[in-house]
Design a protein around this ligand. Structure first.
Ligand code: FMN
Length: 440
């Protein structure tokens, strides 16, 4: 995926070494560009508690979708008085349309591995598993290359960076599926058990892999940590928005002139991304799908919404995988919302009835909107059923599967009405049947 250039004032943290292509495959080039200095510095002069404190005061929040404060997660895991702690780095990139995490792993595998080692140091874990979709073969190869090169230099392994503590890092390719990125599903898959989510609490930080305290962090989250250690927590906290500072990777795709991955400060607006970075929509901009297949559709009038968990949730979307799909007027929102609902339903693992049956019924209602074979009460049924699914949710897939239809019906009510009441599809995609009430 092409790496796009952001505004000149935007800092480059996660993709800084994209300017040094050799850094992806050659540890000497990576080190010349700054890799491994943070871990060297931390191993020599920072206690695990100090690393946790640095991450906490930096304000870094998880980039995997939930936006949980990373320092709090590490502190909770470190505080568990268990003999064994684990770090699992989530590189599954389960959103099927996203490539930002893969771009990061391919471009700067050393940043991911170094960040993971710092996480292990912080929570006193001796093993790190980087879970990657088995189809991301280049990312797997580069991460393994980075691990082998760092181990040969003694940065990892039995006496990592001269600390006397072992840190063993491995890459674990797993079968890809949307639900596989969910943290408890991922942990069960790593245990070679049925890949289904668990009730929380307890959270993985307290009871994770093999029932032991485990930090699960996204690849982007850990890759920011070496920069924080090297440059200081306050320097990181000063970037982007105040309540979730730093930078994040955003993937621009769909009907945009220049698709690709860009590193943007949090708080950047959708308009800055689409018009500024992406060069605008290719056709008449109709909507933006933010957050992946269970994200929300936003209309053009909301393009000044900044990249932020709270702001996007208020607008009806999620930050999710950080993907921004630009949609032009040739796309039917009813059709796309229905397709995405069906996708989420197909990807449901089946553990809970509201998810297994509820999302299926929701998908059927969406499909009925496309054909016009629907009842006047179906819109209200979507609202009630999706409330029930969300409120009964065991995992985030179930909680967010309702987003495409809900946000679509909220912002594109006219288009839904055209299908349901008038039997027409303004985009000319569906063939709904107009049902006319006949007076007897
Ligand atoms: C359906 C679904 C898919 C997910 N996919 C991913 C993923 O591909 N990568 C990821 O890091 N987190 C994913 N998550 C979020 C994880 O459950 C978890 O919150 C995250 O890995 C924690 O890391 P963070 O604190 O660094 O964000 C997904 C969640 C859900 C519900």
């Amino acid at each position: 995926m092409a790496i796009l250039r952001g505004e000149t004032t935007w800092p480059s943290i996660l993709l800084a070494r994209a300017a040094t292509p050799d850094a992806a495959t050659d540890i000497e080039a990576a080190e010349a560009a700054g890799a491994w200095t943070a871990w060297r510095q931390a191993a020599a002069s920072l206690t695990p508690e100090q690393v946790v404190r640095l991450v906490t005061t930096s304000g870094l929040r998880g980039r995997g979708g939930a936006g949980y404060p990373t320092g709090d997660k590490w502190a909770a895991c470190a505080a568990e008085r268990a003999p064994v702690h684990h770090v699992v780095v989530n590189g599954m990139e389960a959103d099927p349309g996203a490539a930002a995490d893969r771009t990061l792993m391919e471009t700067d595998p050393h940043a991911v591995v170094e960040g993971a080692v710092l996480a292990a140091w912080a929570v006193r874990a001796e093993d790190v598993i980087i879970a990657v979709d088995s189809r991301a073969t280049v990312a797997i190869e580069r991460l393994r290359g980075a691990i082998a090169a760092a181990e040969a230099k003694g940065y990892l392994g039995p006496r990592a960076m001269g600390t006397g503590r072992p840190v063993m890092v491995e890459v674990r390719p797993l079968a890809g599926a949307f639900v596989m990125g969910e943290e408890t599903v991922l942990l069960r898959a790593l245990e070679e058990r049925r890949a289904q989510p668990d009730q929380r609490p307890p959270h993985p930080a307290h009871k994770g892999l093999w029932g032991e305290p485990t930090v699960v962090n996204n690849v982007e989250t850990v890759a920011a940590v070496p920069w924080i250690v090297a440059n200081g927590a306050s320097a990181y906290a000063a970037i982007g928005s105040a309540d979730e500072p730093g930078t994040t990777l955003v993937q621009l795709s769909g009907a945009v002139r220049t698709p690709g991955v860009v590193e943007a400060p949090t708080g950047t607006t959708l308009r800055q991304l689409i018009d500024g970075v992406g060069g605008g929509a290719t056709g008449t901009l109709k909507a933006v799908l933010v957050g992946g297949p269970s994200g929300g559709f936003l209309p053009p009038e909301t393009l000044d919404t900044p990249l932020g968990h709270r702001e996007l949730a208020d607008a009806g979307a999620i930050l999710g995988s950080g993907s921004v799909l630009v949609i032009d007027s040739t796309t039917c929102l009813v059709d796309l919302a229905s397709l995405l609902t069906r996708y989420c339903s197909d990807e449901a693992c089946g553990k809970t009835i509201p998810c297994r049956i509820g999302t299926r019924r929701l998908a059927e209602l969406g499909a009925a909107f496309c054909t016009g074979l629907t009842r006047p009460t179906d819109a209200a049924l979507v609202a009630a059923l999706s409330d029930d699914i969300r409120d009964a949710a065991l995992c985030g897939l179930e909680r967010t599967a309702i987003n495409p239809l809900r946000s679509g019906m909220r912002y594109f009510a006219q288009e839904f009405e055209d299908h349901i009441v008038r039997g027409t599809c303004p985009a000319g995609v569906c063939q709904p049947i107009g049902i006319v009430a006949v007076a007897h």
